[in-house]
Design a protein around this ligand. Structure first.
Ligand code: FAD
Ligand code: NAP
Length: 505
């Protein structure tokens, strides 16, 4: 993020988009844009960018871009989809930039078929290729889809009262975190995650079903059953009408984020500015957020969809790490700092108990296997950067047998900002493998503990292997500059890329 000029916040941008001002310079007309035309608009004062086949005039947005003008200019006059996906795929640009829409990229002309079946087929292939290119679907997409049809398939059957959809993945170790099911308003969506790809069953059901859904997973054979209760005991002729992504196996990043509405059931104070929000999943949803992953919350603020990422935590830090944590599968807990001028968190803080908010599927590139082979786990957290550490701590102390030491080095401004201090101190007393070190950047005179900002000398003092050659994993999360500096210092201290995991968007 770069400092923005006054009057250039997201809220100011939303206001400008609602002002009725012509932001494209085309008086509301939509045009077909050729590559040649796009490339001409490559200056700060005249900048067009293509995202997923749609072209936006981002000139008026320049000063409002939280990442700065130079970041935006990297894609000026070109297709910025890859760059956009790398940095913030989750941002709802369709909503944010809808007043900047210039039009679609023109489909490249293809040679007219010269007659005969071969030419017909060739022209269809060319057309599809061209379309996929424009819609940013890689050619690999077709290959993977075909390949995985060999592995993934689904079937369904019925009794008088039940519909059972069975998905055969033929993969071992399909667990509850890899299966996401949503059934609402006659729409069924079942997604099975396999690394960075997923298989999807998505249909408008033939008839109504009741709200509650059961999901059975046969882990060893990779079979997933979704059991729905018929509302009326009638014979279904089909499962329903397929949606666009139905029965496909593609990269997860090529699917849009899917949201369901969750009910706010409680909101409790953690510190003077941070609250623990408890959200309840709908009855028809089966979703577990894996350790180290985040979800996105979506709210409509002043008529514009705004999306922000948050990392689910546990309701509290279990002190007795004897049993694997019990997930009730129904609640999601979020520890969220409310910023006095924050657009999203202010709106969030105004939600009443019983209100609904949209929650996405989980995302993130942390893999539990990174911890499973570690002997020393070091967690560096800055402020709410503590949130991914909560489940991680719990997982490490409960399920990783080779772990000898777990150390949390927790950076905050003041004593009042320390999240769950009491619980962390209790845990350190209870489990001898765990140690916590609080470091304050703006302490009061009374503070007798460590003080300072993240630095090479502080890290060399606290980040150590328990044995000369022990396997170490260092996880770091906090404000972006904190994380970036931390990673740099760790590398200077001789830790390798594989030994460091930085949590980012
Ligand atoms: P914003 O409107 O973005 O403002 C936040 C503060 O920064 C305000 O004080 C504002 O005045 C200032 N500000 C904003 N932009 C600028 C700028 N360009 N220049 C100067 N000042 C600026 N947060 C949590 O509390 N809990 C979590 O679990 C959590 N998980 C996250 C997970 C991920 C993967 C990521 C990337 C972030 C996570 N965050 C989390 C942060 C969260 O997504 C939001 O960024 C945060 O809640 C602030 O949102 P906001 O819209 O209220 O604030
Ligand atoms: P904060 O209270 O402002 O800061 C926490 C600590 O970090 C303080 O000691 C602070 O020191 C230090 N710090 C802040 N900016 C720094 C910088 N530029 N360089 C070095 N140290 C710095 O933090 P917060 O408001 O809770 O913010 C937490 C951040 O974590 C947010 O930006 C959020 O997006 C991010 N986060 C990311 C993820 C994720 O990626 N998965 C998850 C959760 C949270 P001083 O300010 O006194 O210098």
């Amino acid at each position: 993020q770069v400092p923005l000029k006054p009057g250039r916040s997201l809220m100011d941008w939303i206001r400008l988009t609602k002002s009725g001002k012509d932001l494209t310079g085309l008086k509301g007309r939509l045009i077909e844009v050729t590559e040649d035309e796009l490339s001409k608009h490559n200056k700060k004062e005249d900048c067009w960018i293509c995202i997923r086949g749609f072209v936006y005039n981002v000139t008026p947005y320049m000063e409002y871009h939280p990442g700065g003008e130079d970041e935006l200019m990297k894609a000026a006059g070109t297709d910025g989809t890859d760059l956009f996906d790398q940095v913030h795929r989750w941002v709802n640009y369709e909503s944010m930039l809808k007043e900047c829409l210039v039009g679609r990229m023109a489909v490249k002309p293809i040679a007219a078929p010269k007659g005969g079946l071969c030419y017909e087929i060739l022209s269809i292939i060319l057309y599809v290729q061209n379309y996929l290119e424009i819609m940013r679907k890689p050619k690999k997409y077709i290959f993977f889809s075909l390949l995985y049809f060999l592995f993934y398939s689904y079937d369904w059957f019925q009794t008088d009262s039940l519909i059972t959809v069975v998905i055969y993945t033929k993969q071992k170790d399909v667990n509850a975190e890899l299966v996401i099911v949503d059934c609402q308003d006659k729409q069924l969506r079942g997604e099975i995650i396999m690394d960075d790809h997923s298989y999807l069953v998505e249909v408008d059901l033939d008839h109504a079903v009741s709200e509650d859904v059961a999901v059975n997973i046969a882990e060893k054979v990779g079979k997933v059953e979704i059991i729905l209760n018929k509302k009326d005991s009638i014979h279904w002729k089909t499962l329903g009408q397929p949606w666009e992504g139905h029965n496909t196996f593609i990269k997860r990043t090529d699917r849009g984020l899917f949201y369901r509405k969750c009910k706010l059931v409680s909101k409790t104070e953690v510190t003077h500015d941070t609250k623990l929000f408890c959200l309840m999943l709908p009855k028809g949803t089966h979703l577990r957020v894996p350790t180290g992953q985040h979800i996105y919350l979506k709210q409509i603020i002043a008529g514009t969809e705004v999306v922000k990422p948050y990392t689910p935590v546990l309701p509290f830090l279990p002190l007795d790490f004897q049993e694997p944590p019990h997930h009730d599968g129904v609640h999601i807990y979020l520890m969220i700092k409310i910023y006095s001028h924050g657009l999203f968190t202010q709106a969030l803080d105004h939600l009443q108990i019983g209100d609904y908010i949209s929650v996405s599927n989980p995302e993130g590139n942390f893999k539990k296997s990174q911890v499973q082979t570690s002997e020393d786990l070091l967690l560096l957290a800055g402020g709410t950067g503590f949130t991914p550490m909560v489940k991680l701590l719990n997982f490490a102390l409960t399920e990783v047998s080779c772990l000898r030491t777990v150390k949390l080095i927790f950076f905050n401004k003041t004593e009042d900002d320390i999240l769950w201090r009491n619980q962390l101190e209790q845990l350190a007393l209870k489990d001898e493998r765990f140690e916590v070190q609080f470091i304050l950047s703006q302490p009061s005179k009374e503070w007798v503990g460590k003080q300072g900002k993240i630095s090479s000398s502080l890290l060399s003092e606290f980040v150590k292997r328990s044995r000369r050659d022990s396997k170490v994993l260092i996880c770091i999360c906090g404000p972006a500059p904190f994380t970036e500096q931390g990673v740099r210092y760790l590398k200077d201290l001789g830790y390798s890329q594989e030994e460091i995991h930085a949590f980012t968007a």
